[in-house]
Design a protein around this ligand. Structure first.
Ligand SMILES: CC(=O)N[C@H]1[C@@H](OP(=O)(O)O)O[C@H](CO)[C@@H](O)[C@@H]1O
Ligand SMILES: [Mg+2]
Length: 541
């Protein structure tokens, strides 16, 4: 089999040779690994992006080069589909297939096979846009991508350094005839800032918010965004924004550090009851936190953000006279049990649980609810408004009072403020600030919505993590046989005990999560379940 690009691919790929014998896999976070192993993979992702664009009649596809919260020496790559969503799951296998083609002949054959299987017309224009985070390996990898794109005749635009959600935003703008916004970095800041300023009109200033940018791309981006927002509306105190010292990226700072260590980034000077937030390395995750008067640290993670968002939006929908709108929350099994109980029992809103990975949450939020709030506990999430809801907010609902008209106006601005393509730390930051301002809540009041159940997450290294197969949104193991019964027996011994084990999709390990009425019990339960996991074997056949 051959395609019009066979010779060009063969020639160009000689400059981006695959590391011999290395196996790659397009997983939850695309391809992610040590940057030095990625060049051939990224060249081939260029080929895949072009095929995907041709398949969709020339719609623009995005390619983001980033390794998010991972160490500076890593890098990664993800594809963005036309509406700014993650690449359709059924196409991930093509990424894996291209990346693993051992020789040039294997590569041109794999390319031709995918074109054949997907009935690609190679005369169709292919349009691809790309960006990267601040990692030093970025420029070299961009050149590999460009080489792949040009070998297969794709039109492409380099958007240089952006946050991951900014690229998702631009892709969505480019594919929606400008209806979603202006497809540029400035267009993004203008859209968010305009909506934010409108929503903060006549609201008392909350005082400055301090944002730890993980020494990643979020720093320069937040500085630019802040230029569009008058200080009287909100003052940003931007810290950990050194992008010129690569070793500092995600080191002892950022959202992942704060969430997993449950403590302040070292060196951060804190005022009791002040608002603090941390972004991750590509600014698609955010967590808030504060210290109380007595110095104790309080984390306001993705679950707390989801609870605040659901409470605020649920009230606003009612105030706008949209009582029939279905507001719901999507979580994963890692959500703290106290947050689920709060949303279901106090807010009286439905909660769905999906498998880990934002693409699962996004899909559930988009299809099940009119206003779907989704957040992973680690702070990655957003709020989606479906077309029924957008219609009602924009023109379908006649307000019956000035109060209803005001609430509708707020909802309209919120659909502009909240990134509809993907979880976005900068958009989420402004959204949290709006919710707190509208509720006149301090961090203390927000934190007091519920008290987290003590919990523990441990990582267990096993010989073969693929034997751990789950069901029920990853909350129960169906393989190895008999293991779930052993876990249930452990859980049964602890008050408010809950625990589950699942194979990580991004690391070679099994994660065990446990929560219980006290910290000591949560730790012991996690430890006991980890022991069960470590000892688990498949019956020999
Ligand atoms: C417990 C946990 O935080 N898991 C993370 C982690 O997935 P694992 O499959 O658990 O390795 O990385 C994913 C991608 O960034 C993120 O979506 C997810 O929430
Ligand atoms: Mg990230």
């Amino acid at each position: 089999m051959s395609t019009p690009f066979t010779d060009a691919i063969r020639t160009a790929s000689q400059a981006h040779v695959k590391p011999e014998g290395k196996k790659f896999s397009y997983g939850t976070a695309g391809f992610r690994m040590k940057a030095e192993l990625l060049e051939s993979v990224i060249f081939r992702v260029g080929l895949l992006a072009a095929i995907r664009s041709r398949k969709l009649g020339g719609k623009t596809i995005g390619v983001m080069i980033t390794a998010s919260h991972n160490p500076p020496e890593d890098n990664g790559v993800k594809l963005v589909d036309p509406m700014g969503e993650m690449l359709e799951g059924s196409w991930e296998k093509y990424g894996t297939q291209l990346a693993n083609a051992e020789t040039e002949d294997d590569l041109v054959e794999a390319f031709a096979q995918i074109c054949e299987e997907q009935k690609i017309n190679n005369e169709t224009a292919a349009n691809v846009v790309y960006a990267r985070d601040t990692r030093p390996s970025g420029p070299l990898l961009v050149r590999a991508l460009e080489s792949g794109l040009s070998a297969v005749g794709a039109n492409s635009v380099d958007y240089n350094i952006l946050t991951t959600p900014q690229l998702h935003y631009i892709v969505r703008c480019l594919n929606s005839d400008g209806l979603y916004g202006t497809p540029s970095e400035a267009g993004y800041y203008e859209k968010l800032a305009t909506a934010f300023i409108k929503l903060m009109e006549n609201k008392a200033a909350l005082g400055p918010v301090t944002v730890d940018c993980a020494n990643g791309v979020g720093g320069p981006s937040l500085r630019k965004l802040a230029e569009y927002i008058p200080k009287e509306v909100l003052e940003f105190n931007i810290v950990n924004d050194d992008v010129d010292s690569p070793a500092k990226l995600n080191h002892q700072c950022g959202a992942d550090f704060v969430k997993t260590q449950q403590k302040l980034p070292p060196g951060l000077e804190v005022t009791p009851l002040g608002r603090y937030a941390s972004l991750d390395g590509d600014a698609d995750r955010i967590v808030y936190y504060f210290t109380a008067q007595d110095g104790t640290f309080h984390l306001l993670d993705g679950d707390k953000i989801a609870s605040l968002a659901a409470s605020f939006l649920g009230d606003l929908a009612k105030a706008a006279g949209l009582g029939n709108i279905k507001v719901g929350v999507v979580q994963t099994a890692y959500a703290n049990g106290a947050s689920t109980a709060f949303i279901e029992k106090s807010l009286r809103l439905p909660v769905s649980v999906t498998a880990t990975g934002v693409k699962h949450l996004h899909h559930e939020a988009a299809t099940k609810y009119d206003i779907g709030v989704y957040f992973e506990a680690n702070g990655h999430g957003t709020v989606l408004f479906n077309s029924n809801c957008l219609y009602l907010i924009q023109k379908g609902h006649e307000p019956k009072s000035p109060a209803e008209a005001t609430a509708l106006e707020y909802l309209r601005s919120l659909t502009d403020l909240i990134n509809q393509a993907v979880g976005d730390a900068l958009s989420d930051l402004l959204f949290v600030e709006v919710a707190l301002a509208h509720k006149s809540w301090s961090v203390n009041e927000w934190s007091g919505l519920y008290t987290d159940l003590p919990n523990r997450l441990v990582r267990v290294e096993v010989e073969d993590r693929t034997i751990f197969q789950t069901t029920d949104a990853e909350r129960k193991l169906i393989s190895p046989p008999g293991i779930q019964e052993l876990i249930d027996a452990c859980v049964g011994k602890y008050k408010q005990g809950r625990s589950f084990a699942r194979a990580s999709g991004t690391e070679d390990a099994v994660r065990v999560y446990a929560e219980a009425a006290s910290k000591g019990e949560a730790d012991i339960l996690a430890y006991k379940v980890a022991e069960v996991v470590a000892a688990a074997r498949m019956p020999s056949s």
